[in-house]
Write a protein that binds this ligand. Sequence first.
Ligand code: TGC
Ligand code: FAD
Length: 389
Amino acid sequence: MAASLDPHDLYDVRSLLSDEERMVQDSVARFTDERVLPIIGDCFDRGVFPADLIPEIAGLGLLGSSLPTEYGGGGMNAVSYGLICQELERGDSGIRSFVSVQSSLCMYPIFAYGSEEQKRRFLPDMAAGKVIGCFGLTEPHGGSDPGNMKTHARRDGGDWILNGAKMWITNGGLAHIAIVWAMTDEGIQGFLVERGMKGFETRDIHRKMSLRASVTSELFFDHVRVPDANRLPGVRGLKGPLGCLTQARYGITWGPIGAAIACSSQAIDYARERIIFGKPIAATQAVQLKLADMARRITLAQLLSLQLGRLKDAGRMQPTQVSLAKWNNVRMAIDIAREARDILGGAGITVEYVPIRHALNLESVITYEGTETVHQLVVGREITGINAF
Ligand code: TGC
Ligand code: FAD
């Protein structure tokens, strides 16, 4: 009989990785197993982000992992970044969110659009986890259409005066700096707003039922005076923030694979042991069908993200391809988390088991970084040539 297959890697996708990529995956997997999984159910329950893990996350080189080493980055390729996201989200979407925001939404724009002085001033400390960033694009009146931005900045001598508000901002309450996108007379521009600047306040959002082990905040700007040296000089227009989103969304195509593996793994173990009507529920056709379908969908998502990563590393990845994978992979994971929750019966509603936590977290993941509908419409626009937004 042939050797049995890995139930979470039926197509041996791991054999398509380089030694270095496998090493990155293994070291982050160890961190998740040893440091995240023992505490995360409790953090979720209490609604607390485990900030004491930040130095270890930084020590593993997970902040700015794809940026060049001269700025403190890890110099890793896109597939490695994807594997980092996958293994972190196997622990919790909130931990992956923390890393996505710091790496793709804060360090990336400083690297891609910042001045040399900004890069030297901020990036090494951000890679070390000493300076935490947040990314302010969404506003209270509607996030899907960020071009309709009310936050604005006007020139005042050598400075800018910033007014407005941002909503649903990951890491907001933790952040030392906020990358804030604002409308100006010269189009949308990005500003590095530092905590302590007069008129800049943050307020954490509570009573969340999702991403409870993550900080989500509102940002307020009341005549904040920002020096021109804190403006990102390298980009103007909506393509600035959307270019950052492409980086983060790419990582998010991988993350939910980890969440799905965590849920299906627990569902398989539970179904083999749970005896109902005199036999394990895994021995029923209905439950096997569900488990087989999970394996099928995880396998497809793994192949999709790996090919996307190879395209990104070859400099050929297109935003529409990212939209298709974000839509497919988050939908795959949320369906699997809900199905796994069902297989666990009543036990599935407690945080003693992982599916309910992942299912609730994925309610945010399917909404942020572009809702599922937004990504479907991006793909629709690509294949019809008609903008339906
Ligand atoms: P549109 O006319 O399509 O584009 C305007 C300009 O931007 C360029 N562009 C992109 N560039 C890079 N990457 C992309 N994905 C891009 N999409 C568009 C485009 O070429 C154009 O450039 P130019 O030079 O011609 O000016 O813009 P639109 O107004 O029609 O909007 C399109 C739409 C709806 C897809 C866009 O607004 C959108 O993606 N909306 C969703 C907003 C969103 O995703 N917000 C996320 C906020 S951040 C967040 O959620 C973080 S959660 C983090 C965590 O905790 O992990
Ligand atoms: P809306 O834009 O009001 O959408 C409401 C509904 O309308 C959705 O179902 C949407 O799909 C649908 N819809 C919109 N337009 C159309 C259309 N043309 N056709 C059909 N349906 C449509 N933002 C940041 O800037 N930075 C962050 O760090 C950040 N972190 C977040 C963390 C969490 C936990 C959450 C929940 C959100 C976060 N966001 C962040 C905000 C997130 O990006 C937005 O919630 C998201 O873009 C959707 O915006 P909205 O909530 O205003 O919904």
